[in-house]
Design a protein. Structure first.
Length: 375
């Protein structure tokens, strides 16, 4: 695909800049593939073509406690070395959005259950769990936290969608169209948050919270057995968060010359800590700070579905986002919700809600729009 496909009439200088950006992105992505073909397992992970990356992660671990990839990054999948790197005062986390404040926590807004009810009533018994519920639930919750006016909800939701690839773009070059959309989405997000109340989360926090929050909602629902009790919903959300962490790779940078695990690392060099799930997987500060908000989203979705249905099952294979080696999140999850479980654990009977739908307004178009397209 050539950069000319994305060129638009206008300023020649802008067209030249776009062409240079497209060429750089293609070159960087091509270099990753070259390193992968030469046997570099970390480069293979960044190329993100394996549905099951476990064998490649095993190769990363077998390469040593800390080793230098052909990509230039120092890499570890060893738990002890990872803990040492994450705790080292001379090592910092690479910013998700350069120039923005670090990711902080997000308060859980009131009204999550009500928002989820409106989304589920609008979705009906067959829907895309990502685009119709998970993403608009996260966007709606963040809009409440950031006091986004109703007239700007569509813009806010679209800006969040555009900024979704930000975390993965730190490690994996995105396509030119995605990169351009990320840039314009970030500008829009900054503009919208400029009027947010004091203490509201910044662009980096909002972008990360939206993407990883929607991911957790989808994963938690697909792992659940409806209808859960409140305690079971909390446990399911926690298990989903531990089993599939919001970030499988923690990108780090050396703030000074240092020596770790026998390796001499120069100031400015990149490092990468690989997670493999399990109780200690949620270690990146940005994801640890957002965990309570993420769990609240997942619990609200589980409770809302349990009020209506006995079972939610996929009707088509789960589609994962491309070029997403860090988040590895779902892009599409077509599901059918049914009301009557069968003896063998399946579902039968009508596919309508257990009770008549509540009389509620449909969600704003920006929060109920289908924004889970694969790019």
């Amino acid at each position: 695909m050539t950069t000319g496909e994305y060129a638009e009439p206008g300023d020649p200088a802008e067209q030249e800049e776009l062409a240079e950006l497209g060429e750089r992105l293609q070159r960087e992505h091509g270099t990753l593939w070259l390193h992968r073909l030469k046997g570099d397992p970390y480069a293979a992970l960044l190329c993100d073509i394996d549905d099951d990356p476990s064998p490649t992660r095993e190769r990363v671990l077998a390469a040593g406690p800390l080793w230098r990839s052909r990509t230039g990054a120092w890499v570890t999948a060893d738990p002890e070395t990872a803990a040492a790197l994450l705790a080292h005062p001379g090592i910092g986390h690479v910013a998700v959005l350069p120039g923005e404040a670090a990711v902080t926590d997000v308060r859980v807004p009131a009204g999550l259950d009500s928002l989820c009810s409106r989304l589920l009533d609008a979705a009906g018994p067959e829907f895309d769990l990502v685009a119709d519920v998970a993403e608009p639930l996260a966007a709606g919750a963040l809009a409440e936290v950031c006091a986004i006016p109703g007239r700007d909800l569509d813009r806010f939701a679209e800006a969040l969608s555009a900024c979704g690839p930000a975390q993965d773009a730190v490690l994996c070059p995105q396509r030119l169209a995605v990169t351009r959309r990320l840039r314009t989405g970030l500008d829009e997000l900054r503009s919208l948050l400029a009027c947010a109340p004091p203490g509201a989360p910044g662009p980096a926090t909002v972008a990360v919270a939206a993407r990883t929050g929607a991911d957790l909602v989808t994963r938690a629902v697909l792992r659940s057995r409806l209808p859960p009790s409140a305690r079971e919903a909390r446990r399911t959300a926690g298990e989903a968060l531990r089993a599939e962490p919001p970030g499988w790779i923690a990108p780090l940078v050396a703030r000074a010359d240092l020596e770790v695990a026998g390796a001499r690392i120069a100031e400015g060099e990149r490092l990468a800590v690989l997670h493999d799930g399990g109780p200690g997987a949620v270690t990146a500060p940005c994801h640890r700070a957002l965990a309570p908000f993420h769990r609240a989203l997942a619990e609200a979705a589980l409770a809302g579905l349990a009020d209506r249905y006995a079972r939610v099952q996929l009707t088509a294979p789960l589609v994962r986002r491309p070029r997403a080696p860090l988040t590895r999140g779902p892009a599409r999850a077509r599901v059918r919700a049914t009301t009557t479980p069968t003896a063998d654990g399946g579902a039968a009977g009508t596919t309508v809600p257990k009770a008549p739908p509540r009389t509620v307004a449909s969600p704003p178009t920006g929060l109920g729009a289908r924004r889970g397209e694969v790019r």
